[in-house]
Design a protein around this ligand. Structure first.
Ligand code: NAD
Length: 380
């Protein structure tokens, strides 16, 4: 099969991770061109990563016959326009997270790809981590029963300089804060393990940065399968601690990013108090290792490899647009809940004020709970 030609829209920070990842698989693909609105930036990236050329306008780049896959590496507000334009030009699309800034845009991207007969994948590299794959495999195996509770704590830190970048911290361009843009990775893992969320309650705050969007979020989420989950997220924490816990009838699963899965099981003493069941833990660990052995690649290399092989084999990528959409829907549903103070149903439906980007911005701005800060205290 001929090598897959790659075009990269946006030649900023994450574009380098895409280019490096594609260059890990020279037998499968070749980076052909970059596009960036900043003069000279696309050409400089093309030179750095051995691509043929650079463009100031991505629309020109996607006309090339030697490009069949386009990586979207622009700020969130442009993902939908880039992806839809590339799909209509007949290119497969790999979009950076968050997939887009609204549920409406996600559905439009999915429809455009379907109509053009191209594949649409979303970058969620933590999906490929061994702990995540083993947790999912154990849950799917039926050996540990139904999840009762999940706890996601994502305590991250981003300093003031981070928010000096032109598109960050704004509803217009970042389209959301820690929930939509940072913890969409962790939320995606949670959704991958637990399935469809049906409602959310949220408190959100810009706790330590002078930004429009939230840097801190506290969510209660109810899933269709009955699981309750708490999501605690911030980019205001010096701890830099990430932990996901899933408690099922038969086991406790916990992990941090990049760390092995920790499995616990209890047999219970005569009084019903916990007593670790070492034999069950060993058996589950062996089963997890058998079901999901480590992959040869991690991070963006894993995402890109999956996308290239999916195109070669004519299958959907590991994270298709339909699944990328779910993390956007939960974040925007939480923005609605933070604004109304009520439990809000998911997924958001067409016609909901929070379905479109314009609607989200208008609703947030006029909210009595605070124009700049979702979930700010209601004036008494
Ligand atoms: N998967 C991950 O772990 C990960 C990590 C970092 C960033 N990201 C995501 O990647 C995206 C980009 O983030 P970044 O950190 O690289 O930002 P960045 O600001 O470093 O780069 C964005 C680039 O896009 C260019 N650009 C903007 N509009 C454009 C247009 N219309 N046409 C062509 N180029 C355009 C900018 O000039 C800039 O060079 C964001 O959605 C971000 O959330 C993902």
């Amino acid at each position: 099969m001929a090598k897959i030609g790659i075009g990269i829209i946006g030649a900023g920070g994450i574009a380098g991770s895409h280019a490096e990842a594609y260059r890990t698989f020279p037998d499968l693909c070749e980076v052909v061109a970059f596009a960036d609105i900043v003069p000279g930036k696309a050409e400089a990236s093309a030179k750095q990563y051995g691509a043929k050329t650079g463009y100031a306008d991505w629309r020109e780049m996607v006309k090339r016959d030697d490009i069949s896959l386009v990586s979207v590496c622009t700020p969130p507000f442009e993902h939908a326009e880039n992806a839809i334009g590339a799909a209509r030009a007949g290119k497969h699309v790999l979009s950076e997270k968050p997939m887009a800034g609204s549920p409406a845009e996600c559905y439009e991207m999915i429809a455009a790809a379907k109509q053009a007969g191209v594949r649409l994948g979303v970058v969620f590299q933590y999906r490929f981590e061994t702990a995540v794959r083993q947790a999912r495999a154990l849950l799917e195996s039926g050996r540990i029963g139904k999840p009762a509770l999940a706890v996601l704590n994502g305590l991250w830190w981003r300093g003031p300089a981070y928010y000096q970048v032109w598109w960050r911290g704004t509803w217009e361009k970042e389209c959301g804060g820690v929930l939509l843009n940072h913890h969409c990775h962790l939320v995606d893992v949670l959704l991958h393990l637990l399935g469809e969320p049906v409602s959310v309650v949220a408190d959100l705050e810009a706790a330590s940065h002078d930004i429009e969007v939230e840097d801190t979020a506290l969510l209660n989420v109810r899933f269709r399968n009955g699981t309750l989950a708490s999501i605690v997220g911030t980019v205001s924490a010096a701890q830099e601690a990430t932990r996901l816990e899933v408690a099922t009838e038969g086991a406790g699963l916990s992990f941090s990013l990049g760390q092995p899965l920790r499995i616990t099981a209890q047999k219970g003493d005569a009084g019903g108090f916990p007593e670790e069941d070492g034999a069950a833990v060993a058996a589950l660990a062996a089963e997890a290792a058998r079901l999901a052995p480590p992959l040869p690649h991690q991070g963006h290399a894993a995402v890109v490899h999956d996308m290239l092989v999916a195109l070669r084999d004519g299958r959907a990528p590991a994270v298709p647009g339909e699944e990328g959409r779910r993390a956007v829907d939960l974040a925007i549903g939480a923005y609605k809940a933070g604004t109304t103070g009520a439990r809000e149903r998911l997924p958001l439906a067409a016609g909901d004020p929070f379905y479109t980007r314009a609607g989200i911005k208008a609703a947030v701005w006029k909210s009595p709970r605070g124009a700049r800060r979702l979930g700010a205290p209601v004036p008494s």
